[in-house]
Design a protein around this ligand. Structure first.
Ligand SMILES: *Cc1c(COP(=O)(O)O)cnc(C)c1O
Length: 344
């Protein structure tokens, strides 16, 4: 079976307007000058979607909501960190589809204050009408969500659990679809991308792309990620596991092993949601040279990783490299001090 056919059999609610654009980042290339080593840099604008501010989680939610509606759900329960982009987009999607939404948010990042607790995604979650459960440290969000699921069931509701940043096998199908979309665009543009660069958090984005490329019979290591959450060995095994689960769901052989996953841990820094100076510089470069926004937790670190890879000579002159902009820009407002107080 072909990947496109296999995907078309899966329940899905359309949340995107169509393929997201690919644009060349000429001004970044110029800014790098000789140190660009003649590499051509492109951005795929997965931050450009109309619903809820957009971002990579909407691709996952297309399939998660398809699954939820097929299961007769009237409520979506999403879990994540306080500034979770997944939670924000689950809330926006529920608003669009007329479902209730409960967000179970945990303090995964050592930050606080009004900037972090009342701005960015948290503000938007509230505007989208979600019921927010702000958990204190030490309460397990998955167990809390399961309790809410049960309470809702006892009052006659059907909830759908969307955990792990939406990186379940079903959610990962969003990026298997994106692999197909990139291949189509690549043929139309006549550009053979030697690398597709993404952040890796809960791994569903890379897992979906890797599953998609394997199903298309293409080299999966062209998908290069920069881990922003787990140490490399564990991020690789999670990615392999999720990619194989996505392949199984689509009716393909679960044939991937750790050699098929290309991942770097170089940009993680002190940990998830903790700023690094390379991230601050990368966000500033993209904003000041292209007028485009990256987020501090994911895209900023991944773009810093791409810049480091280019200057280390990982890519050859004439290579075309595609960076996927995954959205998450509301997070900038929760990290204002890290930019304004950084020495620059
Ligand atoms: C969640 C997220 C990612 C990471 O995707 P995973 O599938 O969790 O690895 C990247 N960028 C943004 C903006 C995100 O919100």
């Amino acid at each position: 079976m072909f990947l496109s056919q296999a995907l078309s059999l899966m329940p899905r609610r359309a949340l995107l307007e169509g393929p997201t654009p690919i644009q060349r980042l000429h001004r970044i290339e110029d800014a790098l000058g000789l140190s660009s080593n003649g590499v051509r840099i492109y951005a795929k604008r997965d931050d450009l979607m109309s619903l809820g501010g957009g971002g990579n989680k909407l691709r996952k939610l297309e399939f998660l909501l398809g699954d939820a509606v097929a299961a007769g759900a009237d409520t979506i329960i999403a879990t994540g960190g306080r500034q979770s982009n997944f939670a924000r987009l689950a809330a926006a999607t529920a608003a669009r589809l007329g479902l209730a939404c409960e967000l179970v948010l945990a303090p995964l990042v050592p930050r606080g204050g009004d900037e972090y607790d009342r701005n960015g995604n948290i503000l938007l979650d509230d505007l989208f009408g979600a019921r927010i459960h702000n958990l204190p440290a030490g309460v397990d969000p998955t167990l809390f969500a399961q309790d809410r699921f049960e309470e809702l069931r006892l009052t006659g509701h059907t909830a759908y659990m969307a955990t792990l940043g939406g990186s379940s096998p079903v959610g990962s199908l969003g990026y298997a679809t994106c692999a197909l979309e990139i291949e189509t665009q690549s043929n139309d543009l006549g550009i053979d991308f030697s690398a597709v660069v993404v952040p890796n958090g809960s791994s569903g984005t890379q897992a979906g792309l890797v599953a998609g490329y394997r199903a298309l019979g293409l080299d999966t290591t062209r998908v290069r990620s920069h881990s922003v959450l787990a140490p490399p060995a564990s991020a690789i095994s999670t990615t392999v596991e999720r990619a194989n689960a996505a392949l199984t769901l689509l009716g393909f052989e679960a044939s991937l092993s750790s050699n098929d996953v290309n991942l770097s841990g170089d940009q993680l820094g002190p940990g998830y949601g903790i700023s690094t100076s390379a991230m601050v510089e990368a966000v500033r470069l993209m904003a000041s040279r292209e007028g485009l926004l990256l987020d501090p937790v994911y895209g900023g670190k991944a773009f810093a990783g791409l810049l480091a890879d280019i200057s280390a000579g990982r890519y050859a002159a004439g290579d075309d490299v595609l960076f996927i902009m995954t959205g998450g820009t509301p997070g900038l407002y929760a990290y204002a001090t890290d930019f304004l107080d950084a020495v620059h």
